[in-house]
Design a protein around this ligand. Structure first.
Ligand code: HPA
Ligand code: ZN
Length: 474
């Protein structure tokens, strides 16, 4: 069998953590230990033999709080948004690296969030310490973190934190552009999508074995869970792996194993979406599609990503038709750097169910009315848009205007290791910049569920959980 079934007994162990290394791999008992910054470590076996599973991993109804692992996760999350004890927060410890403007803008809300909401596991020992004001946003922060929600736009390769990049680079003998996590992060300032993609695809090269993909995905899922994600739909870029000689099966096996384990251990359900790179040829996309065909029961859908300008959706019309005929669901990045017309093309020619980003819908009122009428979800990624200069600042981001116009807008993290914020940080950033109310945040969370590909029964359950959460926190 292709994919391994996880062992029934998953043991939680408390392990010694190497401070400054963040998520790490090592041996614990009979399993592969995936570590976490607070000293907790969930033991899980590496990929091996297994049975096949359906394309969507639907979470066990067992509440995660009933497991020891979940308690460890709660500890891991204790210093995230809203839960940070005031006695801890006032001293904001930051890295000295020159090019980390959000941290150095220490008086801003954003800086506060960069450190308290989304501390990077294993942040390197600090060299600069400064006083940070403590904005009174803790109630909203906790609301944002804890409200049940889904993440529908995250590239698993974009969750590769520098610590893991270095570790895998060393393990697999891949030469890197940076020698320390600080040096890697110092390079994460982008003048646009193309600039970012250069580093993103360079980073991908450290991923070689199923274990690498397993550890990468597990680290992301732990963070998403700590940010209140109850369901995730994860992109991967097969061509960036197979073009280097990594077999498709290795990539899918490692990611899928982590998704299955997270469903069991954390109660996070999931789906997997394979993206075609639009800066490669349609012929290359067809080869990827044919390679994926036997995995249709594991891969829920296909998407379209990478450099947008000059690569309109119409080039992939045939690829998407074949994909739909093979039973894959469809999404596409459109209107990130490309114009509003690309959104219309993606809908009319690729017949996609969701638009990833869709920022440029703000330029076309007719398109907005259509998106609202047809309730086509937009999976928006505020911090990505900020970091890639799609928007000059978040106060000008169209998210709230589109939400108010009745579009099914969602909030997501895109490539959080590069854009400096996971799911809750994206909600918080946009909440603050656009003055979103609790009702707005709840609407975004509801949209994330109704825009997902979850079966209606689980959607209904999660929507009821959102309603109960909102009522309990009013
Ligand atoms: N945009 C387009 N393609 C991508 C991205 C993105 O933000 N991340 C990874 N591939
Ligand atoms: Zn994306």
């Amino acid at each position: 069998m292709l994919l391994p079934a996880p062992p029934d007994a998953v043991e939680l162990v408390v392990a010694t953590v190497v401070v400054g290394r963040g998520v790490f791999g090592g041996r614990a008992g009979d399993g592969l230990a995936v570590g976490c910054a607070d000293g907790a470590s969930v033991a899980a076996t590496p990929p091996d033999e297994s049975a096949l599973d359906p394309a969507l991993v639907v979470a066990d109804p067992q509440p995660p709080s009933s497991t020891t692992a979940a308690k460890a996760m709660a500890r891991a999350g204790a210093f995230r948004i809203g839960a940070s004890p005031r006695s801890v927060v006032p001293r904001l410890t930051v890295s000295a690296r020159r090019s980390f403007p959000m941290v150095l803008r220490s008086s801003s809300f954003a800086a506060y969030h960069r450190v308290t909401m989304e501390p990077r596991l294993g942040r390197s020992p600090s060299t600069v310490t400064q006083e940070a004001p403590v904005p009174d946003h803790t109630a909203m922060d906790a609301f944002i973190r804890d409200i049940p929600k889904a993440e529908l736009h995250v590239h698993i390769e974009g969750t590769l934190e520098p610590e893991m990049l270095l570790e895998l680079g060393e393990r697999n003998g891949v030469e890197l552009h940076c020698a320390s996590a600080e040096e890697c992060r110092a390079a994460y300032h982008f003048n646009g999508l193309q600039h970012f993609l250069g580093l993103y695809y360079a980073g991908v090269e450290v991923l070689v074995t199923a274990r690498d993909y397993y550890e990468l995905t597990t680290a992301y899922l732990r963070r998403a869970h700590a940010d209140g994600a109850r369901h995730v739909e994860v992109f991967f870029d097969p061509q960036s792996h197979t073009s280097r000689g990594v077999p498709f099966a290795v990539v899918v096996e490692g990611i899928r194993r982590a998704l299955v384990d997270a469903e069991r251990q954390l109660g996070v359900s999931s789906g997997l979406i394979m993206c075609f790179q639009r800066d490669r040829s349609p012929a290359s996309a067809i080869i990827a599609l044919e390679t994926a065909r036997p995995y249709r029961h594991i891969i829920a859908g296909v998407g379209l990503d990478s450099a947008e300008v000059g690569h309109p959706p119409r080039e992939f019309e045939d690829v998407f038709r074949v994909a739909r005929e093979a039973g894959f669901r469809t999404v596409a990045h459109a209107g990130e750097e490309g114009p509003a017309e690309y959104i219309t093309e993606a809908l009319d020619l690729l017949k996609v169910e969701r638009i990833d980003h869709g920022v440029r819908a703000i330029d076309d009122r007719t398109l907005q009315r259509r998106l609202a009428r047809e309730q086509i979800p937009l999976t928006m990624c505020p911090l990505s848009n900020l970091e890639l200069q799609v928007t000059p600042d978040l106060a000008q981001h169209p998210l709230k205007r589109l939400l108010d116009a009745g579009l099914r807008v969602t909030v997501n993290s895109d490539d959080p290791a590069y854009f400096d914020g996971y799911l809750a940080a994206n909600y918080a950033a946009v909440q603050h910049a656009l003055g979103l109310t609790r009702a707005d945040v709840a609407a975004l969370a509801r949209n994330s569920i109704t825009a997902s590909w979850l079966p209606s029964a689980r959607q209904t359950k999660l929507l009821a959980e959102i309603d109960a959460f909102v009522a309990a926190t009013s």
